[in-house]
Design a protein around this ligand. Structure first.
Ligand code: 13P
Ligand code: SF4
Length: 358
C-alpha cells in the first residue's frame, strides 16, 4: 500500500472503524487515493449527498450536503467537471444550473421513486385542469418536469417556497407526504385530483373536504401520489416502540415520511437540518428516521452522541454510487448528463427562483 493510502486507511480506522469492516477500509483507501489524483488531473469537484456510504462520504467529496446545498455548490463551481455522488435528478439540477460544465453521474441508473412518479405530460394535464394555479415541484423530479413548473423546492425550503407564492391554491408535486407535511405546517388542506395515478385520497396532513374537486376556491394544495420508497416505510409504531425503551430519545424525521410519522416525531427537516439538530442538541439519544447510511455518517462525525439505529432502509438508488464507479466515471468520462437546451432554460427558471428564495 502506498504511504498516502496507508495514512488514509489509518485515519479512517479511527473515525469509521466502528461502522465499516477493516478489509473494506483498507481496500477503499487505495481507491480513494486514485480518485483524489484523478480529480486533480481532470480539474473536477466531487459533490457528495448525505446518503453516500460512509467511506465514500468521508474520503472523496469536496462538498457534502443536502439537495439544496449541493445545487448551490454546483451553480458556483469554477471546476471543469462536476462528479455528482447522488442520484440522477441531482446531477441534472447541477447541469441545469451550470451548463458549461461536464456533469458526471457515476451510476447511470441511480434514479428516485419520486422522480419516476410523474411526467411532464402529467404536469401539463394538471395545468389544463387548474389554469393559472402556480406549480411547485420538488427537486426530486426530472428536468422536463421542472421545465413545466413555476418554481422548485427542496425539503429544506418547501414551506418558504409555498408561502412565497402568496396564492390560496398551489399545485404541489409529486410527493404526497411532503405535500401533506407542508399542508399541516401552513394550515392548508390538500386534495389529490382524479388525474393523479390513484383515485382521490385524503391525506392526514390536511383534511380533504367533500366537494374539493369541484370547489377550487376552497382548495389549497393540489397534490400527486408520488412517494419516496425509503421514507414511506417508517411508521408511528416504530417511533412508539423506541420511545417505550428510551423515553428521552429525540426523534428526527425527513419530511418525505408520512405526516402521521412526522407528527409523532420531535423534529422534521432536510438531511442537513437533521445533522445540525444532532450536533446542537443535548438529547441523551437520537433516532434519525431516514436513509440508513446517513445514520452511520452522523454517528461517525459525532462520536459523543448516542444514535439509536433503526437501520432498515437503504435507498437502492443512492446505493448504486460506489468508490469503483466514481473512479471509473473520472477515468472514462461517464455517465455524462445532458439536458436539452430548450428544457434546460425553462427548468433553470424554476430552480433559480427557488435558489433566490434561499
Ligand atoms: P435532502 O434534500 O433533504 O437531502 O433530501 C433528498 C432526498 O432525496 C431525501 O430522500
Ligand atoms: Fe428518492 Fe427516496 Fe432515494 Fe431520496 S431516498 S433519492 S427520495 S428514493
Amino acid at each position: 500500500m502506498n504511504p498516502e493510502a496507508q495514512a488514509l486507511y489509518e485515519d479512517m480506522k479511527i473515525h469509521l472503524g466502528k461502522f465499516v469492516p477493516d478489509f473494506e477500509l483498507y481496500y477503499k483507501a487505495e481507491i480513494a487515493v486514485e480518485i483524489n489524483a484523478l480529480k486533480k488531473e481532470r480539474n473536477a469537484v466531487i459533490l457528495g449527498h448525505n446518503y453516500m456510504e460512509p467511506v465514500l462520504f468521508y474520503s472523496i467529496p469536496d462538498f457534502k450536503g443536502d439537495s439544496l446545498d449541493l445545487s448551490r455548490k454546483a451553480a458556483t463551481t469554477d471546476k471543469d467537471v462536476i462528479v455528482f455522488c447522488g442520484v440522477k435528478f441531482m446531477a441534472e439540477t447541477a447541469k441545469i444550473l451550470n451548463p458549461s460544465k461536464t456533469v458526471l453521474l457515476p451510476a447511470e441508473k441511480a434514479g428516485c421513486s419520486l422522480a419516476e412518479s410523474i411526467t411532464a405530460e402529467d404536469v401539463r394535464a394538471l395545468k389544463r385542469k387548474y389554469p393559472g394555479v402556480p406549480v411547485v415541484t420538488y427537486v426530486n423530479t426530472y428536468a422536463d418536469v421542472k421545465a413545466e413548473s413555476d418554481i422548485c423546492c427542496t425539503s429544506g425550503n418547501a414551506i418558504a417556497v409555498v408561502e412565497s407564492l402568496k396564492s390560496d391554491t398551489v399545485i404541489f408535486l409529486p410527493d404526497k407526504y411532503l405535500a401533506g407535511n407542508v399542508a399541516r405546517e401552513t394550515g392548508k388542506h390538500i386534495i389529490f385530483p382524479s388525474i393523479s395515478p390513484s383515485p382521490i385520497i385524503a391525506s392526514s396532513g390536511g383534511e380533504m373536504r367533500k366537494g374539493d374537486e369541484e370547489n377550487l376556491l376552497d382548495v389549497q394544495l393540489i397534490g400527486w401520489n408520488g412517494r419516496c420508497e425509503v421514507h414511506e416505510k417508517f411508521t408511528v409504531e416504530d417511533i412508539r416502540a423506541v420511545r417505550k425503551q428510551f423515553p428521552d430519545v429525540a426523534v428526527l424525521t425527513h419530511p418525505e415520511c408520512p405526516p402521521e410519522v412526522v407528527a409523532e416525531a420531535d423534529y422534521s427537516g432536510s438531511t442537513n437540518a437533521m445533522i445540525k439538530f444532532v450536533q446542537q442538541s443535548n438529547a441523551p439519544h437520537f433516532l434519525v428516521l431516514t436513509e440508513c447510511s446517513m445514520g452511520d455518517n452522523i454517528a461517525a462525525a459525532n462520536p459523543e452522541k448516542d444514535l439509536l439505529r433503526l437501520c432498515m432502509v437503504r435507498c437502492p438508488h443512492m446505493n448504486m454510487i460506489t468508490m469503483e464507479n466514481v473512479r471509473d466515471s473520472l477515468l472514462h468520462n461517464r455517465q455524462v448528463i445532458e439536458v436539452p437546451e430548450e428544457i434546460r432554460v425553462r427548468a433553470f427558471q424554476a430552480v433559480d427562483r427557488m435558489i433566490k428564495i434561499g
